[in-house]
Design a binder for this molecule. Structure first.
Ligand SMILES: Nc1ncnc2c1ncn2[C@@H]1O[C@H](COP(=O)(O)OP(=O)(O)OP(=O)(O)O)[C@@H](O)[C@H]1O
Ligand SMILES: [Mg+2]
Length: 235
């Protein structure tokens, strides 16, 4: 297993949010975590990255325990994060946003090559390299956020709700990009509220509710299970 999250508990001060979450991601898989608002999806990703330190349990990546490391050390091991709120840096062009992501990565001296890679996956960004990142549309900003993670050559990408706020056509475009990235050899742990999109592109899925994994299985099975959808995935 590439990533193993074993029985973790995560708190925000006194609130006990994740209550014994266990999940696994194999090399080259797309695994998705679906669940309602407040279920604990983002907290799971933040726990893996050391941004929300776990109290109990363990997290291993490539059989190395990472849950005692600092976030930058975890990132250096090959895990990249595309946060829910995208965090495009104001006042910086698309190119500069990408350069900034490269700065601390092992690819810092391969700038032109990495910008070419971005241009291949995201033709719309190629035309906007010198435009201010925050002047991009919502969909383009999402692509930039994914591009910044991609140029660091991660083995695993954690992507938090990439379809949020996007119109259906762009949701489809993002889904295709995630699949392309996976086809190029990158393992993906995807968090989504758009269950249809997420379950269509992923191999396996975990359903989280109230800080606990309620069920898991092949994405196809979960998509077809009306009872699961009714209990955990409808508002
Ligand atoms: N910094 C924080 N301090 C205190 N509580 C928090 C904090 N961040 C999240 N929470 C709480 O933890 C719970 C899980 O939040 P989390 O962000 O993981 O949910 P989510 O599944 O990502 O939801 P959404 O789909 O809305 O993004 C929620 O009840 C939330 O209010
Ligand atoms: Mg969230």
């Amino acid at each position: 297993m590439l990533l193993k999250v074993e029985d973790i508990d995560t708190y925000y001060e006194m609130s006990h949010i994740l209550q014994g979450v266990t999940l696994e991601v194999a090399d080259k898989e797309i695994v998705t975590m679906v669940g309602r608002n407040g279920a604990g999806k983002t907290t799971t990703l933040k726990s893996i990255l050391g941004l929300a330190p776990i109290k109990n349990g363990s997290i291993t990546f490539n059989d190395t325990q990472i849950n005692k490391l600092q976030t930058h050390q975890i990132v250096q091991k090959g895990i990249a994060y595309v946060p829910e709120e995208r965090r495009i840096i104001p006042g910086l062009s698309v190119r500069e946003n990408i350069k900034l992501a490269l700065l601390k990565s092992k690819n810092h001296d391969r700038e032109e090559e990495m910008i070419d890679r971005v241009a291949t996956h995201f033709p719309v960004l190629k035309e906007r390299l010198d435009q201010d990142g925050t002047s991009l549309s919502g969909g383009e900003q999402q692509m930039l956020a994914i591009a910044r993670a991609l140029v660091t050559d991660p083995q695993l990408m954690l992507i938090d709700e990439p379809s949020e706020g996007l119109m259906p056509l762009l949701v489809e475009a993002i889904a295709e990009i995630v699949q392309q990235i996976n086809d190029s050899g990158v393992t993906v742990l995807l968090v989504e509220q758009n269950i249809e999109m997420a379950l269509t592109i992923s191999h396996r899925a975990y359903v989280i509710d109230e800080g606990r994994i309620q069920t898991s299985g092949s994405s196809q099975d979960i998509l077809a299970d009306e009872e699961i959808q009714r209990r955990y995935l409808t508002v």
